[in-house]
Design a protein around this ligand. Structure first.
Ligand code: AMP
Length: 399
């Protein structure tokens, strides 16, 4: 093996890696001991599978929706679906404590879709999500689940043509799915009327708070009728989140299916490298191997991420990048190429990769060390999903 790799166990007497940032300005990087990046995966076989108490056919969904659920390949409800759907069907407000990858999207979409058929007052449902990509994924799932049911949705996100969104809104879609900034903009222009809406979904509320959207969300929620159903999803519950649920929800039921914060199915390693050039050489060598099937590489800066992706491309490893300097259509295009497995490598910043649901990622590579251990856990959570074994490699400075 050309690159040095240490496997398993805690490195004995590991010294603190160099912290020099080559004279670069900016906040000092928080030191994270390399032992945190090393962990043998627990065999997925040891996982106790969730035993659903319902089948999809137990839910009061019409034939068309049942057909679309099975066409999508869903056989049994996931834990959040199993536990939340009955309450949502009943009309209760629900707090869903669930991360991405648990099936929370279908948990709220399915009962909403069922209720939409035949509704005259439109639009009646507003779904608010933190990122454009997440909003887009919700919209895609809505379209798949409602196929053949004559239900319509409009995606209201920034970075896309606003006139087209206004035209679509005039056709009175059943669902509006959007991100806080653009939603607020169109509500301000009186293109979206909230006073007749019956249902509000706040997805990844904790992320929206982290991203500073609280004032926008409050403004949006204040314009909605008090008499409504509110579905509130968050991966974490902090005092701030709890306070919000008190303000926004009425006698809610809480359903918690949070998975543990460490990714137990992910085989974790560190790779020592002398400098950036060495890291690129090692990364290229790794990516030339066939078992690196679908690889998500994390970098720290927008420029660094783009440069690294170009570099890999030049070395004959087709790669795409997503980061904040790309516009929405460039980001969607890159993401689609990666999701459809037209390219094997996606290089991303933490922010750009937030909330993305990318199935079957075989490896996560931390080209730049994450700023915090939480970021690390978040990054590596993109692999090893659904009981599959994933791999994470983190570059650290050679001693
Ligand atoms: P989500 O947490 O909603 O982002 O969903 C994560 C992934 O799991 C998506 O690719 C879904 O299509 C998939 N999924 C959700 N529910 C089920 C289910 N009951 N059976 C199989 N796959 C599912």
């Amino acid at each position: 093996m050309a690159y040095q790799q240490r496997r398993g166990g805690r490195p004995q007497g590991a010294r603190r890696p160099h912290q020099s940032r080559g004279g670069r300005k900016g906040p000092a990087k928080k030191y994270i001991h390399p032992s945190k990046f090393i962990n043998k995966a627990v065999a997925p076989a040891e996982e106790i599978a969730y035993e659903a108490t319902h089948r999809f056919t137990d839910f009061p969904f019409g034939a068309e929706l049942q057909h679309n659920i099975s066409k999508k390949g869903y056989i049994t409800p996931s834990a959040i679906q199993d536990q939340a759907i009955p309450h949502i069907v009943e009309g209760r407000d629900v707090i869903g404590l669930a991360n991405t990858g648990t099936g929370k999207t279908a948990a709220f979409l399915l009962p909403i879709i069922e209720r939409q058929s035949g509704i005259m007052l439109r639009p009646s449902v507003l779904v608010v999500a933190p990122t454009r990509e997440l909003a887009q994924q919700i919209d895609e799932q809505f379209r798949e689940f409602s196929r053949g049911m004559q239900l319509y949705s409009t995606l209201i996100v920034g970075g896309m043509n606003i006139d087209r969104q206004i035209r679509e809104l005039k056709r009175r879609p059943h669902l509006i799915i959007g991100t806080p900034g653009r939603l607020k903009d169109l509500i301000g222009r009186r293109q979206i009327q909230l006073k007749n809406m019956t249902t509000l979904v706040l997805d990844e509320a904790d992320r929206m708070l982290d991203m500073g959207f609280l004032p926008d969300i409050r403004q949006i929620v204040n314009e909605m009728p008090r008499e409504r159903q509110t579905l509130f999803f968050s991966a974490t519950i902090t005092p701030e989140i709890e306070a919000l649920t008190k303000d926004f929800l009425n006698n809610p039921v809480t359903v918690s299916v949070r998975t543990s914060e460490t990714s137990e199915h992910v085989e974790q390693d560190v790779i020592e490298a002398r400098d950036k050039g060495h890291k690129i050489d090692l990364l290229t060598e790794m990516l030339e191997q066939d078992h690196y099937e679908k690889v998500l590489v994390f970098g720290e800066t927008k420029y660094g991420v783009q440069r690294l992706s170009d570099h890999l491309d030049n070395r004959g490893i087709p790669s795409v990048a997503i980061h904040g300097n790309k516009n929405q259509s460039q980001r969607s295009k890159a993401l689609k190429l990666f999701k459809d497995e037209k390219v094997r490598v996606l290089v991303a910043t933490d922010v750009a990769a937030r909330g993305l649901d990318i199935p079957n990622v075989s490896h996560v590579i931390n080209f730049d060390t994450p700023q915090t251990y939480e970021d690390y856990v978040h990054r590596i959570g993109r692999t090893g999903r659904g009981g599959a074994k994933g791999h994470a490699h983190t570059f650290i400075d050679a001693r």
